[in-house]
Design a protein around this ligand. Structure first.
Ligand code: FES
Length: 173
């Protein structure tokens, strides 16, 4: 009797572990492979309060790099000093940022040439000839509004859909 009882306990312990294992694995799988519609609808909330003037951060939005940058007054002036009509992809800083938050530039960190991740969003990285971002793959230079200024990229860095939900919180997507 004592032996049987022990066998039963062992089997019960094993199946409990099996169930536990499954429960852990399932959410991992669902995070790794979200279905296309879930991915398309996902949004990302960002706290931007710690980004100082002149600083940028890299985040992830829908599995792609996202750059968030707080422009200095000088960087804003530089962007505004360039007539949009003279640009390859004519857009003003105002059109690329939100009213009252022209100092916060949010773009995808994906070069519009062949999709490399440009430099300039991390401390010490080169920002290119126009002070914004520099794509080292084939030498595209973006300005302080993330607009293409030199090199092969055809378009400005994409500005995703986003909104400010408070002065320091942004929801992207
Ligand atoms: Fe950026 Fe070619 S991918 S310049």
């Amino acid at each position: 009797d004592g032996v049987r009882r022990r066998d039963f306990i062992n089997i019960a312990a094993i199946s409990a572990a099996g169930v536990g294992g499954l429960a852990v694995v399932y959410p991992l799988i669902s995070q790794m492979a979200p279905s296309a519609d879930v991915l398309a609808e996902s949004s990302t909330e960002l706290d931007i309060s710690s980004i100082e003037e002149g600083q940028a951060i890299k985040a992830i939005f829908r599995k792609q790099p996202l750059f968030v940058r707080r422009l200095t007054a000088r960087e804003i002036d530089e962007a505004n000093a360039t007539p949009a009509s003279s640009l390859r992809d004519p857009q003003t800083l105002e059109e690329r940022t939100k009213e009252g938050h022209n100092d916060v530039l949010i773009t995808m960190g994906v070069c519009t040439h062949l999709g490399c991740v440009p430099l300039g969003a991390a401390e010490g990285e080169p920002r290119g000839e126009f002070g914004g971002y520099f794509c080292p793959c084939h030498g595209s230079h973006y300005d302080t509004a993330g607009r293409i200024r030199k090199g092969p990229a055809p378009l400005n860095l994409e500005v995703p859909e986003y909104e400010f939900t408070s002065d320091t919180t942004v929801v992207v997507g």
